[in-house]
Design a protein around this ligand. Structure first.
Ligand code: C2E
Ligand code: MG
Ligand code: MG
Length: 710
């Protein structure tokens, strides 16, 4: 109800008593009201409709339609709902007063009316009606504002767990049935957030401190999920008041701002700021685990040309295609050399960032060998050298990469990037489409390893390997127990390369699989030859690498080799190192059992250097333990080693295993081992590893010597 100052307030006076009507009208007119009159209830309703007065003064007892009926009729109209109605009742007529209120009257006066005071009364009623109107309007405005702000409010009595929700709450939480308990909205909460929210509500029952939290509301589609923010604070000892607000848009906007700040617009890749963050994370992690990471600084050669000749759209398209090829190239990394990734390594921690222009940086994490970084660089150069199709235009580019390593080449993001950049320029000078490490010595090392790998591959194809055999003898009888096949590589330029150097490389590159199969076949064939030649049948031991067991079905390979060469499995022994078996005990047991089922012998090589626990050693289906030579070396001078060897021998015998000592070089060691009842020995004291053609003579000489000794 609005009152303009130049308009008189309208009052409808209703009375069937003409004198009363007149007196009231006079008094109100004189007080500045515009008066509309009605002589009964029926007319009053009609006049109300017509004039929409600001207030009604009405007698109770009237013909046709009495005051109660008329009052109720006016109140039931839209315009009448909030109009104040003053009823005139008889003095002491308590029943009428009651009925008047029931009919919707605002107040009453009793007859006889004091007409002098009536205008004051009417004015006062109008004033409070206006206050009520203002309040209503403000509530409506608040409601609108809350709807626009997607804000709801609630009040909670903690003891009874009774809640009053504002109407907007239902809309925000998208439920019609919130109920009167605070937990009423839990149904609306996203299943993943529900227990978290329930926990907060439970704590709030007993803890009256302020709290805020956020949750999502369940939607059919994850992308449509709304994010709700709740704030609550205690209003009294018993009550809490709070708000709930849908902050989805704000959160999305924040996310967008974050994306703008941390990602490159063209490719969607992390930008420089993001890269710096990732570098500090990698630094922290690598410092803790004393591992390395590499930064590859990429520059696309001739990118400017593409931009200049085909336009910026084509340039952008090229950058996007480059970014997706980079992503793929990085993902492939684990395929070739995962074996050496530490258990904590997550191959997905690589970051590809675009610094702007045609400059990209790849962070390669967990680089425990420098070649790991070089592998990635090579693959990137290769994948980016393939033809790009930019809306029908075929384009070829080349890439130059500079590599810096943490911590070798710097310990801040700036230094590492600068050094990778320097290395990149260096690589450009060397001719495009290549990579270069910042540190020359590291670069040299990576090149050497690659060269070795290439040579290994070549030697495999060209019969560049041969075997030597080292005998083992039984201590009790002095008889030959068997031999171990040891692979030898005669490098075309370097000459003899120790297996200790090339076996790890063969393992890292996977070349150990074909190499190991060649060793196995050659050793088996040799054994068959010796048996056929009447040289006593010994057991031929062949070393088998972890990689072979993991990558191939060793049992099947051995079975086939035995068939092809015709060797009786009783003459074959496979040596495995314990580290391999420790990685996956259950899997290891299965593999060993499959080997044993073929009828061959299995021994644990280099025993004592791994971490075998007694409890599982018992379960391993093996025949032999070979005590690592590092324990034998100082056996006679180091009491610690002596004690270890003694207990290893006891342990092996308790488990019913044959025990072999490796690396026995002198008679003192032999004496100790004999006294401790070691079963077999192997080492320079007996013989160095020898070429196959020397073996027959060696056996003869050995047997002759033994006979003499006996
Ligand atoms: P391993 O299996 O423990 O072989 C024993 C190593 O000790 C051999 O070294 C052998 O020459 C050396 N050795 C034997 N007696 C003595 C001694 O009295 N004193 C000293 N100081 N050394 C002795 P090699 O031939 O250099 O082989 C080193 C390792 O390379 C082998 O250790 C084995 O783990 C691996 N390896 C050799 N051939 C193969 C193979 O065909 N396949 C696989 N997977 N690994 C192989
Ligand atoms: Mg061995
Ligand atoms: Mg050994």
């Amino acid at each position: 109800m609005t009152y303009s100052t130049d308009q008189k307030p309208k009052v409808l006076v209703v009375d069937d008593d003409m004198a009363g009507l007149l007196m009231a009208s006079e008094a109100l007119s004189a007080a500045g009201f515009e008066v509309i009159e009605a002589e009964d209830g029926q007319v009053a309703v009609e006049q109300f409709e017509k004039h929409k007065p600001d207030i009604v003064v009405m007698d109770v007892i009237m013909p046709r339609m009495n005051g109660f009926e008329s009052c109720a009729a006016i109140k039931s109209r839209e315009a009448g709902e909030h109009v104040p109605i003053l009823m005139i009742t008889g003095l002491d007529d308590v029943e009428s007063i009651q009925k008047a209120y029931e009919a919707g009257a605002t107040d009453f006066v009793t007859k006889p009316i004091n007409f002098y005071l009536l205008p004051y009364r009417v004015r006062y009623m109008m004033r409070s009606a206006k206050t009520a109107d203002d309040l209503r309007a403000s509530q409506i405005r608040l409601g609108k504002a809350q709807r626009i702000a997607k804000l709801g409010q609630w009040e909670w009595e903690r003891k009874t767990d009774h809640v009053e929700w504002s109407s907007e709450c239902g809309n925000i939480l998208q439920t019609k049935s919130l109920g009167n308990k605070l937990s009423g909205f839990l149904n609306a909460v996203h299943a993943d957030d529900r227990s978290h929210v329930a926990g907060i509500l439970e704590r709030a029952q007993s803890d009256d401190s302020r709290f805020t939290f956020e949750f999502r509301i369940a939607k059919n589609n994850e992308e449509d999920a709304r994010i709700i923010h709740v704030e609550a604070e205690p209003e009294s000892d018993t009550h809490m008041v709070g708000t709930i607000q849908d902050i989805t848009e704000r959160t999305n906007a924040e996310e967008q701002i974050h994306n703008l700040a941390y990602y490159d617009l063209v490719t969607g890749l992390p930008n420089r700021a993001h890269l710096y963050d990732m570098i500090s994370l990698a630094q922290a992690r690598c410092a803790k685990q004393s591992s390395k990471f590499a930064l590859l600084f990429l520059d696309l050669d001739h990118f400017k040309q593409v931009n200049d000749t085909l336009g910026h759209n084509a340039g952008d398209l090229l950058l996007r295609q480059v970014s997706s090829r980079l992503t793929q190239a990085i993902r492939q990394r684990p395929s070739e050399n995962t074996v050496n990734l530490p258990a904590t390594a997550n191959p997905n921690t690589e970051v590809i960032a675009r610094l702007g222009g045609d400059e990209f940086v790849v962070l390669v994490d967990y680089v425990d060998r420098v070649e790991d970084a070089a592998y990635v660089a090579r693959r990137i150069c290769q994948t980016l050298s393939e033809t790009f199709n930019l809306d029908g235009n075929e384009v070829r580019i080349t890439t130059t990469i500079g590599i810096s390593l943490f911590p070798d080449d710097g310990d801040t993001a700036d230094t590492l990037l600068k050094h990778a950049d320097v290395a990149m320029y260096h690589a450009k000078e060397q001719g495009r489409n290549g990579y270069q490490f910042y540190s020359q010595s590291i670069h040299q090392l990576a090149l050497e390893r690659f060269a070795m790998e290439r040579d290994l591959r070549k030697s495999l194809e060209t019969d560049g390997f041969h075997l030597e055999y080292q005998p083992k003898i039984m201590l009790k009888t002095g008889e030959v127990a068997g031999l171990e096949a040891l692979v030898r590589w005669n490098h075309p330029e370097r000459g003899r390369v120790s297996p200790a150097d090339f076996i790890p490389l063969a393992e890292e590159t996977g070349l150990i699989v074909p190499l190991g199969e060649w060793v196995l076949r050659t050793a088996c064939r040799q054994m068959v030859e010796w048996i056929d030649a009447g040289i006593a049948p010994f057991i031929m031991a062949v070393n088998c690498s972890a990689i072979q067991l993991v990558r191939t079905d060793m049992a099947a390979v051995i079975k086939e080799t035995l068939q092809d060469t015709g060797l009786n499995p009783a003459y074959l022994e496979i040596e495995l190192t314990e580290s391999l078996l420790m990685q996956d005990v259950e899997g290891g047991i299965k593999i060993l059992q499959a080997l044993k089922d073929l009828g061959l012998h299995v021994s644990i090589d280099d025993f004592g250097t791994g971490f075998s626990s007694l409890s599982y050693l018992k379960r391993l289906p093996v025949d032999k333990l070979k005590i690592d030579q590092s324990f034998i070396k100082d056996l006679t001078t180091d009491p610690g080693d002596a004690a270890i060897v003694t207990s290893m021998i006891t342990l092996a015998h308790n488990l019913d295993l044959t025990v072999v000592a490796e690396g026995v070089e002198n008679p003192e060691q032999l004496g100790f081992l004999r006294a401790e009842h070691c079963d077999e020995i192997q080492g320079y004291l007996v013989s160095r590893p020898m070429p196959g053609e020397d073996f027959a003579d060696w056996v003869d000489a050995h047997n002759a010597g033994e006979r003499k000794a006996a």
